[in-house]
Structure formats: C-alpha cells, structure tokens
Design a protein around this ligand. Structure first.
Ligand code: RIB
Length: 313
C-alpha cells in the first residue's frame, strides 16, 4: 500500500514563550528550537510512521542548508523524496510561538513551496502509482489541482483544506471539490469553505459535495460523513504541550489507513480513531515532525480503549 503526499515543507523555528505576545510587544522566549515542519511534510511523516504504507513526498525546497536538512529528515523516516524538487527560491520557513497553555501562532514564509505549479513526469508517476494521495493548501492551487487530476485512477484523493483561503473562492471550490474523495477540515475551515456560520448546516453542505467528509473538532473528536451515514469519533483526552502539526498527524495517519481500505464508513471510522490517537500523542510533545508517534505507540493507546466507545447513528 502506498501514499503520496503533495504539499509544503518548512523549517519550523519555534520559540517557547510564557504567553502569546500582543501586537507591538517584545517578549523574551524561554527557549527556541528548529525542526521539520510544513503541513505536507508533516502529513508524509504521519503516514510513514503509521506503518505499512510506502510514503512519497512531492514538493519543493530551496538550494540551501534548510532544504538539505529538510530532505534528510524526510529520508530518515524512509520517505521517498525523488519527487522533492530543488528550486531557486529559498526553503519555506515557519516562525512559531508556543505558550504555556499550548496555544500557538504560526507565520509561514512559503518560499520554495509556492514555486511549483505543475507536476514533473516523476511526480506524476508517483501519484499514479499511489493508493492514496493527500494534499493541503499551503502550495499553489494549480499544483493541488494537477495532483487531483493525476490521482483520478483507483487512488483515493484526500484534501485537507488547510489553510482554507483558496477554497473560499467559489470558482476554485467548484473546480477542486468534485475531484476530492475525502475532504478533511477543522471547524474553522468547515465554516470557511462552506461559507456558513452554523456547524450542522456547513457539514450538510460540504458532505453533499464530496464522497466523504471528516471534520476534526479538537477535544470534541471528529465527525465522519459518508453520504447519508455518519459516525462521531471521540478524541483521546490528553494535556497538550504543543498542538503544532497535530492536524497534520491526523491527516497523514488517516491517509495511510485509507490506502489499505475502501470508502466504507466502518473503515473510515477506524482510520479516524487511529488518526485521533496519533494526534493525541503528538500534542503531548514539542514540535511538528518530531512529535509524530510511531505505529506501536498508537497501537498501545488504541488498545486501552473499548471499540464500543465509538458511537454510530
Ligand atoms: O500545521 C503545522 C505546520 O504549519 C507547521 O509545521 C508549519 O510549518 C506550518 O506549515
């Protein structure tokens, strides 16, 4: 089983601060660190550590020290980086502040991540051979659409609408959503993409446009909708330290599970439960890629839970 992830890769520069600074304020950080990030690369690491699925990453870095390091970190996870281009623009950087309540702010300087607007022959071949293809919206919408088109064989195309801005354009949404098999959004992205203020109305509106919809609701778990069927999957209660990349961990693990199964509600619920367990572990650790758990760690947490805790209706 194989997963191709098309998306961004950033050097995350993280400052631990006592609280998120106000506009115009200078605040001293307690510590700082650098680590692998970018929604796409984080999802690739999530899929790779979920076990069982060969994972490839498609994106771009600059011809610089950050680019070499980001590539090396992905390779260390056994991820195929033959579709990771090196371009003239500098590697993407994310400036992140995380406070004592695990709240964060993230400013992304996209750089190389915006350089690609079409697929190379190698990238297209990787997507065409994959069982599941995952994309987000931190790269150009042209690249996302090219990936969706290339995935139109037996592969499941999973779109995580993060950040959601590109899909708030009605014409863009009308072009992209019909190519999506599974749409994953958090509550903010759900309302944004649907253009509505009520959660239930937004779920119904988006679920009518894609075969499967997954809405992540943080501590309230997630909702999986497949046609007229729906499952609510609870979250794992944990004390968060850093939530950076938790949604990406969810998407990567979900895509890895999807690459083994089909679009059936029971399979989607199992995938969402494993993804919830992985992201619960991730938020107890610092950083994005460094926080992603292994398959064994996820299995251990899942083993503590009873299947009956997944209510269906
Ligand atoms: O979703 C978290 C990610 O968003 C960070 O790793 C950062 O790089 C930004 O892309």
């Amino acid at each position: 089983m194989s997963v191709a992830v098309v998306g961004s890769v950033n050097m995350d520069v993280v400052a631990r601060v006592p609280r998120i600074p106000s506009p115009g304020e200078t605040l001293l950080a307690r510590s700082s660190s650098r680590g692998g990030g970018g929604k796409g690369a984080n999802q690739a690491v999530g899929a790779a550590r979920a076990g069982g699925a060969q994972t490839a990453f498609i994106g771009a870095v600059g011809d610089d020290a950050d680019g070499a390091q980001l590539r090396a970190w992905l390779e260390a996870d056994g991820i195929d980086v033959s579709g990771l281009e090196t371009v003239a623009e500098p590697s993407g950087v994310a400036l992140i502040s995380v406070d004592d309540d695990a709240e964060n702010t993230i400013v992304v300087v996209a750089g190389a991540n915006r350089a690609l607007t079409s697929l190379t022959a190698r990238q297209r071949a990787i997507i065409e051979a994959a069982d599941a293809v995952a994309a987000q919206l931190e790269v150009s919408i042209e690249l996302v659409e090219a990936a969706a088109d290339a995935a139109r064989g037996p592969a499941q195309f999973v779109l995580n609408a993060a950040p959601s801005e590109a899909l708030t354009d009605r014409e863009t949404a009308a072009r992209i959503l019909p190519k999506v098999d599974v749409l994953i959004v958090n509550e903010h992205e759900l309302l944004d993409v649907a253009g509505l203020e009520d959660r239930e109305q937004a779920i119904r509106a988006l679920a009518a446009q894609v075969p499967a919809l997954v809405v992540t609701l943080g501590a309230a778990g997630s909702v999986v909708v497949l046609g007229d069927e729906r499952v609510e999957v609870p979250a794992f209660p944990v004390a968060p330290v850093d939530t950076t990349g938790a949604g990406d961990t969810f998407c990567g693990v979900f895509a890895a599970h999807l690459s083994r199964g089909e679009l059936r509600l029971a399979d989607l619920a199992i995938a969402a439960r494993a993804a919830a367990a992985a992201s619960a572990i991730a938020v107890t650790r610092e950083g994005a890629q460094p926080a992603v758990p292994t398959d064994d760690e996820v299995a251990a947490l899942l083993a503590e839970e009873r299947p009956s805790e997944i209510p269906t209706r």
